[in-house]
Design a protein. Structure first.
Length: 316
């Protein structure tokens, strides 16, 4: 299991506890030491995770063991059917889209997917979608709307792919078209930022009636590294930029960017993916229940009003 620098003392203690549990089966005299270490690790967890800096929370949103979209799909949904291709150019593996069942209801599911192994990271393009990925997403959204099925999107990307080929094939147009498409959908739309929510590549799947965010996810117009490079010509100042960007879930909730924050297991979703998925599932079911019964026009109008209200200050 990978770990961040500030997690290292915890990881070492946890490894010692695992070793003692193995030996403890044969040596009852180790019980006292095991109990002491368990108490110590609980205290250390509070010390580490209750006082995280903004930059440490950004690191948690990118943790190499953090659950990705498909790992949540496996834990939350039944009868998953993936659809491929944008019917124009290619299939983009950075976005996965299809249909599944949640609590017996058929829903469309769309999300950014990163890779674990080097080979998969390359195939998924590190979760950075090409224009065909967004066009595939729109194809599934329109199909869901045609049959009156709710749409759930899962955001986890540093941003849309900025390569020459993507620009030649209309990256900005595809993102803009996705925003317009989502704005006019006459079905419930719920978006959840599960990891990194970066720039237009994230927002392209984020125009929803209800926007949720996992506790240690981030949502911003640019990565801290990109911001630091532009403002101060030094990407190493990313921790400073992160504090200025107000990209944490607590910031997004306070500013009205998201509607709810899903609490993660102590230390982050990677510490207990099953529990993280259970909490996310419950939040999705509640959000869907709140939107049921609204007419297509009410859903469209509510979504429009929600996004029009963003950025309005008390002084007008």
């Amino acid at each position: 299991m990978a770990h961040l620098e500030f997690e290292k003392p915890l990881v070492e203690l946890e490894e010692r506890i695992r070793e003692l549990k193995v030996y403890g089966v044969r040596d009852a005299g180790l019980d006292g030491e095991l109990e002491r270490l368990v108490t110590q690790i609980e205290s250390l967890q509070r010390e580490v995770y209750d006082q995280l800096t903004v930059w440490q929370k950004v690191q948690l949103s990118r943790h190499p063991d953090r659950p990705y979209f498909m790992e949540y799909v496996d834990r939350i949904f039944d009868d998953v059917i993936e659809l491929h291709g944008d019917r124009a150019f290619a299939d983009d593996a950075a976005i996965v889209a299809g249909f599944a069942r949640l609590d017996g209801d058929t829903v469309a599911i769309i999300g950014h997917q990163k890779g674990r192994t080097t080979k998969e990271k390359v195939r998924r393009n590190f979760g950075m979608a090409h224009p065909e990925g967004y066009r595939k997403a729109m194809r599934v959204m329109k199909l869901a709307a045609r049959f009156g099925r709710p749409i759930l999107t899962f955001i986890d990307t540093p941003g849309a792919y900025p390569g020459v080929g993507a620009e030649e094939r209309g990256q900005s147009e595809a993102i803009g078209a996705s925003l317009a498409c989502m704005a006019g959908l006459g079905v419930p739309v719920i978006a959840c930022v599960i990891g990194e929510g970066g720039s237009g590549g994230a927002l392209a799947l984020g125009v929803a009636n209800t926007v949720l965010m996992l506790e240690f996810a981030t949502y911003s117009v640019i990565t801290p590294e990109g911001c630091a490079s532009i403002l101060w010509r030094d990407g190493a100042l990313a921790p400073r930029a992160a504090e200025q960007l107000k990209l944490l879930a607590s910031d997004a909730l306070r500013l009205g960017i998201v509607d709810g924050v899903v609490e993660e297991p102590r230390g982050g979703a990677h510490r207990d993916p099953d529990e993280a998925a259970t909490r996310l599932r419950e939040a999705l079911v509640r959000a869907l229940g709140d939107l049921k019964g609204q007419s297509p026009q009410e859903l469209i109008d509510g979504r429009y009003a929600k996004f029009r209200a963003m950025g309005v200050t008390a002084g007008g």
